[in-house]
Write a protein that binds this ligand. Structure first.
Ligand SMILES: Nc1ncnc2c1ncn2[C@@H]1O[C@H](COP(=O)(O)OP(=O)(O)O)[C@@H](O)[C@H]1O
Ligand SMILES: [Mg+2]
Length: 384
């Protein structure tokens, strides 16, 4: 499999009054074309900051200090890689929601309460896919069924042809100012709305023609999250990032949304990055997993490997704290607390809580290294 996106040694800090929070401490990870990657770890370990760094949307007072975010859009040619850290903000605005989409825990925060859901999905097209929409309107104008009178048709054709080349063209803007032509400007919106019905239908929502006219408050939590997914999918992203996207939903709805993501991964989108604190969700949904602890990625492996043969002491502790039906006696908990990231422990950040620690662990940060086929762990000791 070939790489889709690669984080290389990302360091992200937050500059707060208490001091600088060292949220990501040289995080490197790779997501491949066609894979679904699960990122797990306790709350506060840096999962969301990793995703936000990937899209360059780290909030104030945070800053990405160093590292690279390499995007390989061409599956067959690794040389056509782009370093997102080197791109302009304008480039990133176009990329977000278009090539990489993100959905969050709280659908209400992502939806506009005073716009119908259809319009909100359509907006995503209108923003990112003006060229495709112009092309559709042009096809209509060029078809023999078009009843528009000749000189007007000629004018519209030339405006839309120019707009297809440059969607921010002057002609299109001018059209929205002239009352008679405004109607034609609205054609693009109509095309976008048609498209939004299609995409909502694809998500298995019954009566899409009716649903597009509803407002967020008319919908249940699970339905709202589906609409958020529809907005995220509107432009066929290559990577969909779901950050605790199902954590707030009932278990049955959660299962439905996860099933939907799984189906979409097979049909629509190339890759998914699923962020969750729930190991069960990852076991069921992902084919690769990364385990994070206190701003470091400590283990990466194929799902089966990670669950059957975890190598990092933290992963083992994390798996030991999940209840199993077959297990008797008490659950194991991990001694100690997650460290404060203003003054993280030196060396391996897990060493104060690690039962296997040695001298070197408090001195040197262990690098991720190969411990098996497609399996890496960052540990000096690597207990058998
Ligand atoms: N806006 C912020 N200001 C200060 N610290 C922050 C901010 N956002 C995140 N952090 C810190 O970054 C670390 C990682 O947070 P986050 O990625 O949100 O964790 P999670 O794994 O739960 O998603 C935490 O220690 C958190 O305190
Ligand atoms: Mg989070």
């Amino acid at each position: 499999m070939s790489k889709l996106i690669e984080l290389v040694d990302i360091v992200t800090n937050f500059y707060t009054y208490e001091g600088s929070v060292k949220a990501l401490n040289r995080v490197s990870l790779t997501i491949e074309h066609g894979s679904s990657f699960g990122l797990v770890g306790e709350s506060g370990c840096g999962k969301s900051v990793t995703a936000r760094s990937m899209m360059r949307i780290v909030q104030e007072p945070g800053r990405i200090e160093s590292g690279n975010v390499l995007l390989y859009l061409d599956e067959h040619d690794e040389k056509k890689m782009i370093d997102l850290m080197q791109q302009s903000e304008a480039y990133m605005v176009d990329l977000r929601g278009n090539k990489i989409s993100m959905i969050f825990q709280e659908p209400n925060a992502a939806l506009n309460p005073i716009m119908s859901v259809g319009e909100q999905v359509a907006e995503s097209f209108l923003f990112h896919q003006k060229q495709e929409l112009c092309k559709k309107v042009l096809d209509d104008l060029n078809s023999p069924n078009c009843k528009t009178i000749y000189p007007l048709k000629k004018l519209l054709q030339s405006v839309y042809r120019a707009a297809e080349k440059n969607p921010d063209s002057f002609g299109l803007k001018l059209m929205s100012k002239i009352p008679v032509l405004k109607w034609w400007r609205r054609r693009m919106k109509r095309e976008a709305l048609k498209h939004s019905v299609e995409i909502i239908a694809k998500l298995g929502i019954p009566n899409p023609d009716e649903v597009v006219k509803l407002y967020p408050h008319n919908l249940s939590g699970g339905m709202k999250q589906r609409i958020v997914i529809a907005i995220a999918l509107a432009c066929n992203p290559v990577l969909l990032i779901a950050d605790e996207a199902t954590s707030n939903l009932d278990v049955t709805i959660q299962a439905q949304i996860l099933e939907l993501l799984r189906e979409l991964k097979q049909k629509e989108i190339s890759s998914v990055l699923l962020i969750t604190h729930d190991l069960g969700v990852v076991a069921e949904t992902c084919d690769r997993v990364g385990v994070m602890y206190a701003g470091n990625l400590c283990e990466v492996a194929d799902v089966k490997d990670l669950f059957s043969h975890p190598r990092h002491p933290y992963t083992r502790a994390l798996l030991g704290s999940v209840p199993k039906l077959s297990q008797e006696g008490e659950l194991q908990s991990i001694e100690g607390n997650v460290p404060n990231l203003v003054t993280p422990p030196p060396g391996c950040r897990f060493h104060p809580r690690c039962p296997y620690r040695k001298g070197i662990c408090s001195v040197e940060l262990p690098e991720l290294r190969k411990v098996g086929k497609n399996h890496q762990a960052a540990c000096h000791v690597l207990p058998e």
